[in-house]
Design a protein around this ligand. Structure first.
Ligand code: G1P
Length: 295
């Protein structure tokens, strides 16, 4: 029997230098895709996948994230007093239950592996999910679920550890973690190797690690030991690679769409895709795009 995945870690300490000046005074995770912060979309995905406890690894200048997932008493009282029942209900529906969030800080920017390691005491001895907030997924595939739900399904079926992957062109693999693919099974495949930011032309496949993971707690000890890897940072991929010596890893190719909101083009594409999925916005957006395209 595999233990259920109840907790998720959101590493949100990154500086957001790729989005300056927008992120000078505001965390990049609070940039909006339509009318929800990027991070809210990612938390929505975790909630839909059955996650019950949300662990944010933050840093200096990120306090507004904590406020976002708390009650906003004055705002809520004002909405109620003004009869804005719909807006009030929407805020309440998004609010995580009391005690369902934890916040800890990554004190120095030592890498993604270090950020995840910072959550070790809060996660404890159970399998957990990791969701990278730059990646926003959409349930646009035939399975009708988002990426983490599909990873948790593979975890239920095969236990062990699960990594979501995406196919990219071979010229792009050096910017990511890349996995080597073994035997296929229904809904997932066996991972036989992984490498973080392989030098151009050396990647074991064109399947990149796309920012959703289900991991066993033994990864924490290994993350504490691996030391610096690619880019001089403690890499999550290196911790997972060490764990793969003793535990199985499955890969899940997400059936749906992923937008890398850490890049400007990905962020704008996410806004278009989520905007077009909204009946109140799609007609205006479509007309505007036609005009821009000169159609
Ligand atoms: C991180 C991970 C990498 C993964 C990528 C996805 O890299 O280390 O394995 O492919 O996220 O966005 P980063 O984007 O922090 O360089």
């Amino acid at each position: 029997m595999t233990k259920p995945v109840r907790k998720a870690v959101f590493p949100v300490a990154g500086l957001g230098t790729r989005f300056l000046p927008a992120t000078k005074a505001m965390p990049k995770e609070m940039l909006t895709v339509v009318d929800r912060p990027v991070l809210q979309h990612v938390v929505d995905e975790a909630r839909e996948a059955g996650i019950e406890h949300f662990i944010f690894v933050t840093g200096r200048g990120k306090a507004v994230i904590e406020d976002h997932f708390d009650m906003a008493y004055e705002l809520e009282a004002t909405l109620q007093a003004r009869g804005k029942a719909k807006e009030y209900a929407a805020l309440m529906a998004d609010l995580p239950p009391a005690g369902a969030t934890s916040f800890t800080r990554q004190q120095a920017p030592l890498g993604l592996g270090h950020a995840v390691w910072c959550a070790r005491e809060i996660v404890g001895d159970e399998p957990f999910a990791v969701l990278l907030p730059d990646m926003v997924t959409m349930a646009s595939g035939a399975r009708g679920t988002r990426c983490l739900a599909q990873c948790i399904e593979a975890h239920r079926a095969h236990g062990g550890n699960v990594i979501a992957v995406e196919e990219v062109s071979p010229e792009e693999t050096h910017q990511y973690g890349v996995v080597a693919k073994g035997a296929e099974r229904a809904g997932s495949f066996e991972i036989t190797g992984m490498v973080e930011k392989p030098a151009k032309g050396t990647a074991p496949s064109n399947l990149i690690i796309s920012g959703r993971y289900v991991l066993q707690p033994q990864v924490f000890d290994l993350l504490g030991k691996v030391g610096k890897g690619a880019g001089g940072e403690i890499q999550l991929t290196d911790g997972m690679k060490a764990l793969a010596a003793t535990q199985a890893f499955s890969g899940v190719k997400f059936d749906g769409a992923t937008y890398d909101c850490g890049s400007k083009a990905g962020f704008l594409s996410a806004n278009l895709a989520f905007g077009m999925a909204r009946p109140d916005l799609a007609p205006t957006l479509r007309a505007q795009m036609r005009k821009l395209l000169g159609e």
